[in-house]
Ligand binder design. Structure first.
Ligand code: ATP
Length: 253
C-alpha cells in the first residue's frame, strides 16, 4: 500500500470535521471519494496530502508518517490538484506546467531533456498542448483546470490526489480526464460529485457523510439505491450498464 489513513480526526474549533477515518488506497488503482456537500472530502484530501495535520491518527506513505517527510520529498512523489487551485502570476501555460518539475530539480541541475519531455507529455495528455504559449489569464475556467492537471502530471507522481477535477470541464474533457487518470499506472484518489462517472472509472469507492466513512468497496457494492436515498437524499434506480458492466444510476424525477 502506498497511502494509508489511520484513524484520523481533524477539528475546526470544537467542530469535528473528520471523525475517525481509516482506509488504504490500493496501489496503482483509482479510488473515488464521494459524499454530499460539506461531508469532508476536501478536508480529508488536504490531510492526505500533508497540507493539514490531524489532531489524532496519521497518514502514511509507504508506512512513513507523512508529517515526518519533508515537503519537497512528498512533492517528488505526490501531486495534488486542489479544487480552487489558483495561479495569479501572468505566466504562459507552459511556464505554469514547468513548475511541476520543481521538486525534481536541484540548484545545480539545469533544465534537462527529461524535464522537457515530462512537460510536453503532460500538456498533451491534459489536452492543453495547443494553448502552451497562451497567457494564463486568457484561459477559460476549464482550460485552467486542465493546465493544473498538466502541472500535476509533469510532476511524474506515483500518487495523484484530485479534488473535483472535472467540475469546470465540458463532457468530452470530463470523460477524457477520467479515462486518463484510470489508465495511469499510479495510485489516485479523486473526489467527485458525478456518481455515474465514479462508477464507470473508479476501481473502488469511499462514501463520506458528516466526516465519517459510511460505505466503501467496489462501485457495485457501494452505489445502491438504499445508499443514494440515505446519504444523498435522492430516489434513483441502479442497473448494471449494458455498455461497461458497471452500475448505472438513473435518477427519478
Ligand atoms: N476553514 C473552515 N472554517 C470552518 N468550517 C470549515 C472550514 N473548512 C471546512 N469547514 C467545514 O468542514 C466541513 C467539511 O468541508 P469540506 O470542504 O471538507 O467538505 P466537502 O465534502 O469537500 O464539500 P463540497 O462537496 O461542498 O466541496 C463543512 O461543514 C465545512 O463547512
Amino acid at each position: 500500500m502506498s497511502i494509508e489513513v489511520h484513524d484520523i480526526v481533524w477539528k475546526i474549533g470544537k467542530k469535528t470535521i473528520i471523525d475517525g477515518i481509516s482506509f488504504e488506497a490500493p496501489k496503482g488503482k483509482m479510488l473515488g471519494l464521494l459524499g454530499p456537500n460539506g461531508s469532508g472530502k476536501t478536508s480529508l484530501l488536504r490531510l492526505i496530502a500533508g497540507l493539514k495535520r490531524p489532531h489524532s491518527g496519521k497518514v502514511t506513505l509507504d508506512a512513513q508518517d507523512i508529517g515526518t517527510i519533508g515537503r519537497r520529498s512528498v512533492a517528488r512523489r505526490m501531486a495534488f490538484v486542489e479544487q480552487h487551485a489558483t495561479t495569479n502570476a501572468n505566466l504562459r501555460v507552459v511556464d505554469v506546467v514547468k513548475l511541476g518539475r520543481f521538486p525534481h530539480r536541484s540548484i545545480f541541475s539545469g533544465w534537462t531533456p527529461a524535464d522537457e519531455e515530462a512537460v510536453e507529455d503532460a500538456l498533451d495528455r491534459a489536452g492543453i498542448l495547443e494553448k502552451r504559449n497562451d497567457r494564463w489569464q486568457s484561459l477559460s475556467g476549464g482550460e485552467k483546470q486542465r493546465a493544473h492537471i498538466a502541472r500535476a502530471l509533469a510532476q511524474s507522481p506515483s500518487e495523484l490526489i484530485l479534488d473535483e477535477p472535472t467540475n469546470h470541464l465540458d463532457i468530452q474533457h470530463q470523460i477524457g480526464l477520467m479515462r486518463l487518470v484510470s489508465g495511469l499506472p499510479i495510485t489516485s484518489i479523486i473526489a467527485l460529485h458525478d456518481l455515474n462517472h465514479a462508477a464507470m472509472f473508479c476501481d473502488r469507492l469511499i462514501v463520506l457523510q458528516k466526516g465519517r466513512i459510511v460505505a466503501c468497496g467496489a462501485p457495485h457494492e457501494v452505489l445502491t439505491e438504499h445508499l443514494l436515498k440515505e446519504v444523498f437524499s435522492v430516489e434513483a434506480r441502479v442497473e448494471s450498464s449494458a455498455y461497461h458492466a458497471r452500475p448505472h444510476i438513473q435518477y427519478l424525477r
